[in-house]
Design a protein around this ligand. Structure first.
Ligand code: BGC
Length: 371
């Protein structure tokens, strides 16, 4: 069974996924925020904003075929600017933290903004999440596709090189949403771009946190952090610790285990896991199952690491789309990326991009339902 969609040549395509352009209101300064919606006939749809490439809504069916919005977010565009929690956003140029905002390339030191205590986080105050991207193309079909681009000027946010970034979102009729970031530069620079969706598979409007979600992480090691959440350099085995999700555990089972120093530092999970298998190849990173709805999210990625964040800093200062106040643990993030602070650690995966090279970060979010 599939929906019939008319493609650009006027022919009908069975099983094709619909694509629509729209608008998502205006910002306080009067700029319009364009949007795109991709929707298939299997109950899955996604709304993407030109502002930050934000995934503002993501609907997926439960075990009875009932769809619900499974990502946290705001009802208006301006809230994404005023109350940054990076809901659904594209984060960059460097997602995650860089110690003291400093790094050097070819002997030259660079100083980035320090916007997270002493460190640089998610590209600084005006990172990729706060800028208007260009909706380059939108196409229905099998799969449907939206391509967004952003040109980051040389020196923007303190980063060297003009960076040309493309974010491609595709939705197929197998309930797979893929996101692919690509970037090129005209000078050596550093890059780490990811998507910062906060999921709650019970539904964004459901009055429940994510602690009952059962999580599997295909990662036997993670990178512990210091008091300001910068990796110490150690690659620690998860075995025998509260960080072991190689077999499914609920997110809440051990999140309050105060005997674990790493959980105390992060106020929960806020750590980079080293995904098993070969970086550069699409492989399973995570599987999350929400028992009441049956919704299952599987994450496949080619990046070496995934930041698992259990929504520790959601502190009731943001009111979401369905007028629900978001509190600690109401959503979780899985952010495929190179490791935090890689530019300062030669033993971590490389975050450097040279002219002539193309940075690629691909992730697939596969939704299904368990009986
Ligand atoms: C970080 C958290 C941070 C959050 C901001 C996550 O990627 O790991 O420490 O508070 O982003 O929304």
């Amino acid at each position: 069974m599939g929906v019939l969609v008319v493609n650009s040549l006027g022919a009908s395509v069975a099983g094709a996924v619909e694509a629509r352009r729209g608008e998502f209101g205006t910002l306080a300064d009067g700029r319009k925020v364009e949007s795109v919606e991709l929707a298939n006939a299997k109950g899955m749809s996604v709304r993407i904003l030109a502002l930050g490439g934000v995934i503002q809504e993501l609907k997926a069916p439960d075990r009875n075929g009932k769809s619900a919005d499974v990502v946290l977010g705001y009802a208006t565009a301006q809230q994404y600017v005023d109350q940054p929690q990076y809901f659904g956003a594209t984060v960059g140029r460097y997602a995650n933290r860089i110690a003291a905002g400093k790094f050097s390339l070819d002997g030259k030191q660079y100083q980035l903004e320090t916007n997270d205590g002493p460190n640089h986080l998610h590209g600084g105050k005006r990172g990729f999440d706060k800028v208007l991207w260009k909706i380059e193309s939108v196409s229905a079909g099998s799969p449907a596709k939206a391509v967004l681009t952003y040109a980051s000027a040389d020196g923007e946010g303190g980063y060297p090189g003009k960076l040309q970034v493309t974010a491609t979102y595709t939705l197929n009729d197998k309930n797979e949403l893929s996101i692919e970031y690509r970037a090129t530069t005209d000078k050596p620079t550093i890059v780490n771009i990811t998507n910062h969706s906060y999921f709650n598979l019970a539904g964004e409007a459901a009055p429940t946190d994510v602690f009952g979600h059962r999580l599997t992480l295909f990662a036997s090691k993670y990178t512990p952090v210091n008091a300001t959440l910068i990796p110490t350099g150690e690659r620690r085995a998860v075995a025998g610790t509260a960080f072991d999700f190689t077999k499914p555990h609920t997110i809440g089972e051990r999140v309050r285990d105060g005997r674990d120093e790493q959980l105390r530092i992060g106020r929960g999970y806020d750590h980079n896991y080293i995904v098993d298998g070969e970086a550069g190849k699409l492989r399973p990173a995570a599987r999350v199952e929400e028992p009441t709805s049956g919704r299952v999210l599987e994450l496949l990625q080619d990046a070496p690491g995934v930041q698992f964040y259990s929504g520790n800093f959601l502190d009731a200062t943001s009111t979401g789309k369905s007028q629900r106040v978001y509190r600690q643990g109401d959503g979780f993030c899985l952010e495929p990326q190179v490791f935090p602070d890689s530019p300062n650690r030669s033993d971590f995966p490389n975050a450097r991009l040279n002219p002539g090279q193309t940075y690629v970060n691909t992730m697939v979010l596969r939704f299904s339902a368990a009986p």
